[in-house]
Design a protein around this ligand. Structure first.
Ligand code: CA
Ligand code: CA
Length: 210
């Protein structure tokens, strides 16, 4: 009898230890899975009409995030173009702009550092090539000048989403096709084909100067 009681007590202890191990393993997996797979990032005073695009920047095998943004229309912002670590949500770099970046990014490595670079456009004639690795500008279509009248100058329109086209100038790199237009102050009743001021541009991917 006494031996049976000892045996049952041993069985109960082993069962408790087994349950404890199962709970510990399950909790570890649950907590780590949730930590790795989700993050929330809030950028104060910044909004966006741009779509998220994924690209590898950090080299850890988890795609990172590039998105356009900005503040109020016609106001500069430090957060015109932002890159986030896809694994952690950490802000990798941000690019200041003179107005909102409403387009979405496309990618190609044009400085041959092994990291794809970012091509993105927005309001007030902004079109950029940005180093994916550092966030530094490689080129921009029209640098900011103090004399710019962003609200009333009908030549400072909006760049929308660029697309890749075959290499047009034989420099070994695909080139960019991008639409440009949209003067926001013109009333629709006064809109004629001549006043619509929409156009499409083909830009050199390596240098905007060509
Ligand atoms: Ca990554
Ligand atoms: Ca690059």
């Amino acid at each position: 009898m006494e031996q049976n009681a000892k045996y049952n007590r041993k069985k109960r202890i082993l069962l408790l230890i087994f349950c404890f191990i199962i709970i510990a393993i399950t909790s570890f997996i649950y907590l780590n899975t949730n930590t790795l797979n989700s993050w929330i990032k809030i950028i104060p005073d910044t909004g966006t009409y741009s779509s998220i695009r994924a690209v590898e920047i950090t080299g850890d095998g988890v795609l990172d995030i590039v998105i356009g943004g900005g503040g109020k229309e016609y106001n500069p912002s430090d957060n015109g173009i932002m890159a986030f670590n896809g694994a952690s949500g950490e802000l990798l770099w941000n690019v200041p702009v003179r107005n909102q970046i409403v387009g979405s990014a496309i990618f190609n490595d044009i400085d041959n550092d092994g990291i794809k670079d970012v091509f993105i456009g927005g309001r007030s004639a902004q079109l950029y090539a940005i180093s994916g690795k550092t966030g530094k500008k490689i080129w921009e279509f029209l640098p900011t000048e103090a004399s710019m009248d962003l609200a009333n100058d009908t030549t400072l329109l909006n760049f929308f989403n660029p697309q890749w086209v075959p290499d047009m100038d034989n420099d070994g790199l695909k080139d960019l096709l991008v639409s440009f237009g949209g003067f926001v102050w013109i009333h629709w009743t006064k809109l004629t084909p001549q006043k619509a001021m929409h156009s499409t541009m083909v830009r050199n991917c390596r240098s905007v100067g060509c």
